[in-house]
Design a binder for this molecule. Structure first.
Ligand SMILES: N[C@@H]1[C@@H](O)[C@H](O)[C@@H](COP(=O)(O)O)O[C@@H]1O
Length: 260
């Protein structure tokens, strides 16, 4: 795992956007893994800027979202299907019908989970998966004790996650209790995992993920088992990392041609 401590969300965005731009340049039909939440927003803003100012094109690429609320209609402004469109997809040239997410209204959620995993595999798998992390260590919506090999399925949110996400709704009671999320096994099949975390509220989860044991109690710790995982944090989110100086030293001495 590579840990990059950057000065600001903007600096993180520029590093991640470089990696995505490199992929698109090598292979226009790249399959991206997108995440919702506030953490990747600065990355999306930087990619939108590069599309607008430099002509970076997503026209031939496809994208899969990590997760979706169960029972929320796709047209609901807080469905992840809607959120990824308003925050990112509507501002670039990707074909919106090539941006996929689990169907939170599927008649049979078990079948829908299997269908979603099969669709990712049929697309050739995800090249680069963007991730955030919840304050309880969840990635996607894989709450603590999620199997490290889990597949796309229904999960029940912790009350902590519901209250963290209440800011997007009028009231916490409106935050759905159930979700459909790519499993930790599904996520782990992406060729490159890129996790972004900023702010003091994430410091504990980041330390557990990076320096704690690999354990289902901290779902993000599954990144320790991945061949190519990059964690980008600002100073606040890095504040509880014991080996922060070592991570800085490694990154400062990294040959730039390696990218991330
Ligand atoms: N399902 C999403 C995750 O994909 C996201 O990474 C996390 C953190 O969100 P934020 O980036 O807004 O802190 O919580 C949400 O519930």
């Amino acid at each position: 795992m590579e840990i990059i401590i950057a000065a600001s969300p903007k600096a993180i965005a520029s590093i991640v956007a470089d990696a995505i731009e490199d992929l698109l340049t090598e292979h226009a039909g790249t399959v991206l893994g997108l995440a919702t939440g506030s953490s990747p927003l600065s990355v999306y803003q930087e990619l939108i800027r590069r599309h607008r100012d430099n002509g970076l094109s997503f026209a031939k690429s496809r994208a899969f979202l990590l997760d979706e609320y169960l029972g929320l209609p796709r047209a609901h402004p807080q469905s992840y299907h809607s959120v990824i469109r308003s925050e990112f997809v509507d501002h670039i040239d990707i074909d919106p019908t090539h941006v996929y997410s689990p169907d939170g209204e599927a008649a049979d959620p078990v079948v829908e989970g299997q269908r979603y995993d099969a669709a990712i595999a049929a697309a050739g798998g995800i090249e680069l998966q963007l991730l955030g992390i919840g304050t309880d260590g969840h990635i996607g919506f894989n709450e603590p004790t999620s199997s490290l090999r889990s597949r796309t399925r229904v999960k029940t949110l912790t009350e902590q996650t519901r209250s963290d996400n209440a800011r997007f709704f009028d009231h916490v009671d409106q935050v759905p209790r159930h979700v459909m999320t790519q499993g930790l096994g599904t996520i782990s099949e992406a060729r490159h995992l890129v996790l972004v975390a900023t702010g003091e509220a994430k410091a504990e989860a980041v330390a557990a993920m990076v320096e704690g044991p690999v354990a289902a109690i901290c779902p993000g710790s599954v990144l320790q088992l991945h061949q190519h995982a990059t964690v980008l944090v600002d100073e606040d989110a890095a504040s509880r990392l014991k080996l922060a100086d070592y991570y800085r030293h490694v990154y400062a001495n990294k040959p730039r041609w390696q990218g991330i």
